[in-house]
Design a protein around this ligand. Structure first.
Ligand code: FES
Length: 105
């Protein structure tokens, strides 16, 4: 696994209270903008693989569009079943107008 941050988007591409699917070194990642703070978690629901970026965002929780599992975007931990396993968590850094992400160890 690389130690490096990878550019995934420009800051103005992700409006407040929206999400965007990107790829980081072959992994599907969901970038979340909660009222101006950016988070990044795995985009594939740990239940049976729903695309979290197509779900709904409410506060710090994203709801999977397929069966309603919820995940805390700050930690990747599930907050509502059927999912019971966390999605990966990524670090986010802003550099000028670039959003950079790296997998959290
Ligand atoms: S795939 Fe996400 S809740 Fe089932």
């Amino acid at each position: 696994m690389s130690e490096n941050f990878v550019k995934v988007a420009e800051a103005n591409e992700i409006a407040p209270s929206s999400m965007k699917a990107v790829e980081v070194e072959g992994e599907k990642v969901c970038i979340i903008n909660t009222e101006g703070t950016l988070y990044a978690i795995g985009n594939i629901c740990t239940h049976v693989g729903g695309p979290l970026d197509e779900g709904t965002l409410e506060g710090y929780e994203v709801e999977c569009p397929w069966h309603g599992s919820k995940f805390d975007v700050r930690t990747g931990e599930p907050t509502k079943p059927p999912a019971v396993r966390a999605v990966p968590k990524y670090e986010v850094k802003i550099d000028g107008n670039n959003i950079l992400v790296r997998k959290q160890k």
